[in-house]
Design a protein around this ligand. Structure first.
Ligand SMILES: Nc1ncnc2c1ncn2[C@@H]1O[C@H](COP(=O)(O)OP(=O)(O)OP(=O)(O)O)[C@@H](O)[C@H]1O
Length: 192
């Protein structure tokens, strides 16, 4: 589904891997080792050499916004640009979707500044599904969550990936890959 061929930035080594439908890849590694940079390069948010191919279509052959609609990056610290939470959604998520992540529907009416870090983290995940991408790139999606909310997000992620999508998840929790049934790769600290 997603083939990454020698994706690299100046001074870095190339990444080559393939994700089939239904697969999740967990990336760990020390701070500064390039985990976020890799996700941003995959989403074509930062310039990188090499190639990524989604279901036979090369990243370079698609307009950036089209690629990013299908290969969606959810940042570790997502941006909020409007005062009201609900204004960040093209379609308001329904009560069931919010319930799955342990969020109350009333949050949509709140001011962003009245939400907790963990609420914003889960709201950003729901936002990343509009429109529904093929590949989810999640940067530390549970870093602000307690174990119960983490379990909800992991269950949600597994069901969103299902058998037709794939995901790359940056995580510092070594058990997360196991719980997600994910493949694992660890980046090394940059030296020199
Ligand atoms: N667009 C960029 N251009 C040049 N250097 C960058 C860019 N983005 C990040 N860097 C640098 O590349 C290195 C890797 O950054 P990155 O954000 O990928 O680390 P990380 O592994 O995600 O770290 P953390 O676990 O702290 O989030 C850092 O030294 C950072 O300063």
């Amino acid at each position: 589904m997603l083939e990454v061929r020698d994706l690299r930035w100046p001074g870095g080594s190339g990444f080559t891997f393939r994700l089939d439908p239904g697969e999740i890849l967990c990336i760990s590694g020390p701070s500064g080792s390039g985990k976020s940079r890799l996700l941003r390069a995959l989403a074509d948010l930062d310039a990188a050499e090499g190639d990524a191919v989604l279901s036979g279509r090369r990243r370079g052959d698609m307009p950036g916004p089209d690629w990013r609609a299908r290969v969606r990056y959810c940042a570790a610290e997502p941006a909020w640009w409007a005062p009201r939470v609900g204004d960040h959604f093209e379609e308001p998520p329904d009560r069931d979707e919010l319930d799955i992540l342990g969020l109350d529907v009333s949050l949509l009416e709140h001011s962003v500044t009245e939400t907790s870090t963990g609420e914003r983290q889960r709201l950003a995940l729901l936002r990343a599904l509009q429109p529904m991408p093929d590949v989810l790139l999640l940067d530390e999606p549970t870093s602000a969550l307690d174990p119960e909310a983490t379990a909800r997000v992991e269950g949600w992620l597994a069901s969103q990936v299902g058998t037709t999508r794939c995901a790359v998840v940056v995580s510092h929790d070594p058990q997360q890959a196991e719980r997600l049934g994910a493949r694992r790769v660890s980046l090394e600290a940059l030296t020199g």
